[in-house]
Design a protein around this ligand. Structure first.
Ligand SMILES: [Fe+2]
Ligand SMILES: [Fe+2]
Length: 245
């Protein structure tokens, strides 16, 4: 965990504050979920498959949720330092949460990954958008953590998809790409000033986001994990892992 030099204060210029404060407040809200529904669905899934790996996932997921809450705390403390009010509700965040509540584990992870991948591009741009030492350090910490979050969730998605038919996985990947493209547009519109200040045009934002998406897509591909197909061995009565597409 990086040391954050809180005593330096927010060190935001007026221009920086105008460009990024609203955007940071919305990302802070996005990071602040309790993960209750996510954990409930993951537990149900683990009960259904009776696979020890899925039970481990639930334990790891609790740590994941705690780390996301730590991100919310860091951003929240920075907002307080900069005297920017925190927000409690925002429409795109609300839509994302609703979508996750309607869904099963696979879709919840897909939606979450969409946000995590774009967050990596966003936090890198935010780091460039400011000279605030505190905010830069927070962005560095978040960028480090999000790499591992993407890996963790993408590998889990691959494991879930390994149990599904190939046609179903191809359809899921197409839908995920569509959702990702649409989310890029929404994030660009909603965080335009911060992203522009971070040196991105729309086409650069699109290119970088899709570059990150391509990397994550490889991790989501069940075919990469053939060697893990039967390890650990499923308990009696567990759902057997199918051959990769
Ligand atoms: Fe996060
Ligand atoms: Fe994350």
């Amino acid at each position: 965990m990086l040391r954050i030099p809180w005593s330096r204060g927010a060190e935001l210029t007026l221009e920086e504050k105008v460009a990024i404060s609203d955007s940071v407040a919305r990302f802070q809200l996005g990071e602040s979920g309790q993960g209750r529904h996510f954990l409930r669905v993951a537990r149900k899934y683990a009960d259904r498959t009776a696979d020890a790996e899925d039970a481990f996932y639930v334990d790891a997921l609790q740590m994941f949720v705690a780390e996301e809450q730590r991100h919310a705390e860091l951003l929240g403390r920075f907002l307080d330092l900069a005297e920017v009010p925190r927000i409690q509700q925002e429409w795109s965040n609300h839509c994302f949460r609703r979508l996750r509540h309607l869904a099963g584990l696979e879709l919840i992870i897909s939606v979450l990954l969409t946000a995590e991948i774009i967050a990596r591009v966003y936090y890198a741009a935010l780091r460039r958008a400011t000279d605030s030492t505190v905010l830069k350090r927070i962005c560095e910490q978040l960028l480090r953590d999000e790499v591992m979050h993407i890996r963790f969730q993408a590998e889990r998605l691959a494991r879930i998809r390994r149990r599904l038919p190939c046609w179903r996985n191809r359809l899921a990947v197409r839908m995920q790409r569509l959702l990702f493209g649409a989310t890029c547009v929404v994030v660009w519109i909603g965080h335009y000033h911060a992203l522009r200040r971070g040196g991105l045009t729309f086409s650069e934002f699109w290119k970088r986001s899709h570059g990150e998406f391509r990397v994550a897509s490889k991790l989501m591909d069940p075919g990469r994990y053939e060697i893990l197909a039967d390890w650990p061995p499923p308990r009696p009565g567990a759902v057997r892992v199918k051959v990769a597409c």
